[in-house]
Write a protein that binds this ligand. Sequence first.
Ligand SMILES: [Mg+2]
Length: 237
Amino acid sequence: MHPPATVFCDFDGTVTREDSFDAVAGAVAPELWGRLKRQLFAFELNLREAMAQLAAGLGPPDLAAMEAHMDRFSPRPGFLPFLDALDQGGIPFVLVSGGLEPLVERVLGPHRGRLHALVAAQVEAAAGGGLEFASPWSDGQELVAKARVLDRYGRGRRVVIGDSITDLGMARVADLVFAREPLCDWLSERGIHHHRWNDFDDVANVLRAEGLLPPAAVAAPGSPAADAAARPAPAAG
Ligand SMILES: [Mg+2]
């Protein structure tokens, strides 16, 4: 059956509460990443250039350190219930990250089988001893051009969930956009309609209102949950 929608979800700062890529890049290369980030957020440097410069300044031990740093991150509390709700609605979930696959895998590896696809940049050893980031999804502007991933995997309405600069391109071409700061500010400046969200429950509620997910499960009459709900609350004291 044709799915009613496909969800495209960013990883850093979206699946994770904190922007994990920002945190681990800042931990291994604070000065370099600090400068690149300033230029990126001022739109003086594009994502492809910034990631190439970051890779050139790192070596294999930095990748190992970044992977180890990822162990302090986990998905937001509502993430797995959100995947359950999408399963019920027959909506595929595509994880699409502008970051690095080994870092995303470190957190989402145990849930890999629940994702329709996982798209992120690969890390390779460069000839000079540094690193290179590569992706079949790159274009002139972005290392992982997320809008191209929407074209490849999008069936039904294309739902985008994100938080920052790597999500701007896919938000422009999506049918339904969920944005946290700073993405929501850039979208507002550009007149791109979006829903602000704080947790995955907010997203699920809008998807229900749009008819893309079935209504939230209501306890069947006579079930223990319904009985508990019907019982008067015990008097205080
Ligand atoms: Mg992000």
